[in-house]
Design a protein around this ligand. Structure first.
Ligand code: ZN
Length: 577
């Protein structure tokens, strides 16, 4: 077996134990030659880039878990660590050897490089359009390490055209790489299943998952872990994805090859990631309460009665959890706060998809970025009403609202869907709908006495402050643009106001009306499949106006995101060693 994977793991485990990395200044090297001016300024530059991510310890309450289940979490953390090594290799063939070089450089510059490399899982700054920040690093390869070295996209496409449909599906599947065959075997490519390509790590990962399955007393967790272990070795993930949908357990693990964003050629190849989390019982109970109110919300949506759905299905599965550990594709650059899986369309058709929301990650981001932003954009009196509970409850409501309002529609007697009719603008409009109708729904539930009345005081101000956080990430992404639409609409409506010195406020006399009007406009375009109106709205309002740009400039020193530290995971790992 190739010894490389395990040397990467060894280095990574030294780093996890805090032997080599972290923002703490290094002691001066013994036989010191003064670093050059250029090296000092490069060190400062990299430290400033890393400082945009504030280190935060991820806190989760494991005290209610029986000792045996805590051991399960420890095993899952060990299994999850393997996805770090795998993801490094998947992102770029040179990543592991670059890591080896970086850990040997004990100079302040070397440490700054290593720290920022670990945040980005590679030598490109993901916040800065993947600008390389280590000398000798190439541009970030769009093909990652999923396709043969030296091959071009055109070459792969030409080869794909020579295949039969089943062959093509296997070549473009989530869980295979394409490699060059041994020399002299013709000018084609070879399809290599992940179970072979990553054999060493996956064998170890499967072993750890089986051990965890053996320890847990929770049947659905046992079933998922055992079937996921099989999947890693057989390369058939179907049964384990189904078992993941059926998980009903105090421990919520997600581990395996999932998202395809790292493959910028075809978005076809899945990168390894892991989230080990525990269920948040209080939020789960709140969610059940929201689930019971769905039809009531739908029946009162501020749209024409004929556009409402008289018989909603149940609430799509949502889990609220607290993250204990994240790794691989699940931990680089800006941190994931929620995810929808699986990606396998067969399962989505049969069972739907499950949304996992990580409350403690949201809370960390709230404290690191949203609170400081609120101190810039809101008045001192309003800042006091910015609350994490309001922020998180709205985030949950946003997810719930994706399932309400018009979906299956009829245009000129033709049965169709909102998604089909709104084409490329659908994502932006649907995100705006979920946000603004989420505010509508929260107000409705407050008025009905389902949610606490204090929420009405905090949620609009919290939403206003959070709008600036979303827009700061840019308008290229559907949600950022959706937030710009809402902010501009509500400012134009007079529901939000801006003072000449750039302080924003909620107008209590107009906010409910403004939220209802925007909900009505968006949902009506959706119900009518009105592409032109939706597109015009996005073009007019989905922009950063000069006065907003000025505010964004005042936010430049607010951290962008968090750098998670996993103290609990570290303690669990230390305890089993
Ligand atoms: Zn959404």
């Amino acid at each position: 077996m190739d010894s490389r994977p395990f040397s990467t793991l060894l280095v990574l485990s030294m780093l996890w134990l805090g032997i080599a990395c972290g923002p703490a200044p290094a002691p001066a090297p013994k036989k010191s030659t003064a670093p050059s001016e250029a090296s000092v300024s490069e060190t400062t530059r990299l430290q400033a880039m890393a400082a945009r991510f504030t280190p935060v310890d991820m806190v989760a309450d494991l005290s209610t878990l029986p000792a045996q289940e805590r051991q399960v979490v420890a095993k899952l953390v060990e299994a999850a660590r393997l996805t770090d090594a795998l993801f490094l290799r998947q992102a770029w063939a040179g990543n592991e050897s670059m890591l080896m070089q970086l850990v040997q450089d004990e100079s302040p510059l070397g440490k700054a490089r290593l720290h920022y490399f670990l945040i980005n899982k590679g030598p490109w700054s993901r916040l800065d359009h993947n600008e390389p920040f280590i000398p000798g690093a190439p541009e970030k390869p769009a093909a990652a390490n999923f396709y043969p070295a030296g091959a071009t996209k055109e070459e792969v496409e030409a080869w794909l055209r020579t295949l039969t449909e089943p062959e093509r599906q296997s070549a473009m599947g989530f869980f295979t790489t394409l490699r060059r065959p041994p020399a002299g075997k013709g000018n084609t490519f070879q399809v290599v299943p992940y179970s072979l390509e990553y054999q060493g790590e996956l064998a170890r990962m499967a072993e750890l998952l089986r051990e965890a399955a053996g320890l847990t007393a929770q049947p659905t967790l046992k079933a998922f872990l055992a079937s996921r272990a099989d999947a890693l070795l057989t390369n058939d993930y179907y049964a384990s994805d189904v078992a993941w949908m059926e998980l009903d357990s105090s421990i919520e693990p997600t581990i395996g090859p999932y998202e395809v964003y790292e493959d910028e050629w075809f978005n076809a190849k899945a990168a390894f990631e892991a989230f080990v989390a525990v269920r948040d019982d209080a939020e789960t109970a709140k969610l059940a309460k929201l689930g019971a109110s769905l039809q009531g919300i739908e029946n009162n949506l501020p749209i024409e009665a004929r556009y409402r759905n008289p018989k909603l299905g149940g609430l799509a599965p949502i889990r609220v959890v607290n993250e204990v550990f994240a790794a691989g594709d699940g931990n680089h650059g800006v941190q994931t706060t929620a995810y929808n899986l699986p990606n396998d369309e067969r399962i989505v058709k049969e069972k739907g998809a499950k949304r996992v929301m990580m409350r403690n990650v949201q809370q960390a981001k709230f404290e690191v970025a949203l609170l400081p932003i609120s101190k810039v954009v809101l008045s001192p009196a309003d800042q006091r009403d910015v609350s994490f509970d309001a922020f998180f409850t709205h985030t949950v409501m946003h997810e719930v609202m994706h399932g309400l309002g018009p979906q299956q529609i009829s245009v000129g007697g033709r049965a169709t869907t909102v998604r089909q009719e709104l084409k490329e603008i659908y994502g932006t409009i649907e995100e705006a709908k979920a946000d603004v109708s989420g505010l509508f729904a929260l107000q409705f539930l407050v008025d009905k006495g389902v949610l606490d009345v204090s929420l009405a005081k905090t949620m609009y101000k919290t939403f206003l402050a959070s709008a600036f956080r979303s827009i700061r990430f840019g308008l290229n992404e559907a949600h950022g643009r959706a937030v710009a639409i809402q902010l501009n609409y509500l400012l134009d409506y007079g529901a939000f106001t801006m003072s000449p010195d750039g302080v924003f406020a909620v107008n209590p006399a107009k906010i409910k009306e403004g939220v209802n009007a925007l909900t009505r406009d968006i949902m009506t375009y959706q119900a009518q499949g009105n592409y032109e109106r939706a597109k015009a709205m996005a073009a007019r309002l989905g922009v950063v106006r000069p006065e907003i740009q000025k505010v964004l400039e005042r936010l430049k020193d607010v951290p962008v995101d968090i750098e998670p530290r996993f103290k609990i995971a570290g303690e669990l790992s230390a305890a089993v060693k």
